[in-house]
Design a protein around this ligand. Structure first.
Ligand code: ADP
Ligand code: MG
Length: 228
């Protein structure tokens, strides 16, 4: 049975209650671990739905798939509604959603595969072999980190890493050739879509009027940009 949402004062302390009742405008919640921040987001979404905000307009970003799933279940419980159009997911899962829709504009096909670390390492090795890097120059772990740092803008090319530039470019070409993206691409490519295709950005802005982020302090620069 759905919780009686008119009785939220019994479920929340005064600060939580104030945040939950505030539907419009930006809110930042700073409080210690276990103090009820996630509970605020969950109840706030339930309250929004109860107040007539369409579920399709709400986007909540969480840190793990497990957290996303638990939040959806809790909101279903609170509202007693099926919520097929409510978007609660990790940044990466949201990135996948965006890419499945529009990645063809960037030259991949919609049925792209997502490379995990093992796939990525294999592609780095393969690219290195093709470019005739000597095997001892190929510290796969280190190169994996460099590729990620370059891709996400944490690092620039410089005299020290320049020697891996060709490898990076080969790796990028390899991904496209195999119609694959890596984990960083799940954030980086949606940002590219939003920047290069204003009509795509506009459609997401149009759809998602209410955006919430749990564990905001742990968002990377890239995730922040995507959300922004
Ligand atoms: N006002 C409250 N009344 C009852 N239980 C609460 C209240 N605030 C938080 N809790 C419970 O405390 C636990 C921790 O809350 P949670 O929202 O996960 O904290 P945080 O996200 O800040 O770490 C959860 O089980 C939550 O349901
Ligand atoms: Mg929490």
């Amino acid at each position: 049975m759905a919780t009686d949402l008119s009785d939220l004062k019994n479920e929340l302390n005064p600060e939580q209650y104030e945040a939950v009742m505030t539907i419009n405008g930006p809110i930042l919640i700073i409080a210690g671990a276990g103090s009820g921040k996630t509970r605020v987001i969950t109840f706030r979404i339930a309250h929004m739905l109860d107040s007539g905000v369409p579920q399709s307009q709400i986007l909540a970003l969480t840190f793990t798939n497990k957290a996303a799933k638990e939040m959806v279940e809790r909101i279903k419980e609170l509202t007693g509604k099926k919520l097929p159009l409510l978007t609660i997911s990790t940044f990466h899962a949201f990135g996948v959603k965006v890419l499945r829709q529009d990645i063809s504009k960037l030259g991949w096909r919609e049925n792209f595969s997502i490379y995990d670390e093992t796939d990525r390492n294999a592609l780095i090795k393969e690219t290195g072999r093709e470019l005739r890097y000597s095997p001892e120059a190929l510290d796969i772990y280190k190169i994996g980190i460099l590729i990620s740092d370059i891709k996400t803008g944490r690092k620039q090319w410089n005299a020290e890493n320049e020697m891996y530039r060709e490898l990076y470019e080969g790796y990028q070409e390899g991904l496209k050739l195999y119609n694959a993206v890596d984990f960083d691409d799940l954030i980086v490519l949606p940002i590219r879509l939003f920047k290069e295709f204003p009509e795509i950005l506009a459609s997401y802005k149009q759809r998602y009027k209410y955006i919430m982020v749990d564990e905001f302090q742990d968002t990377s620069h890239q995730q922040y940009e995507m959300m922004h």
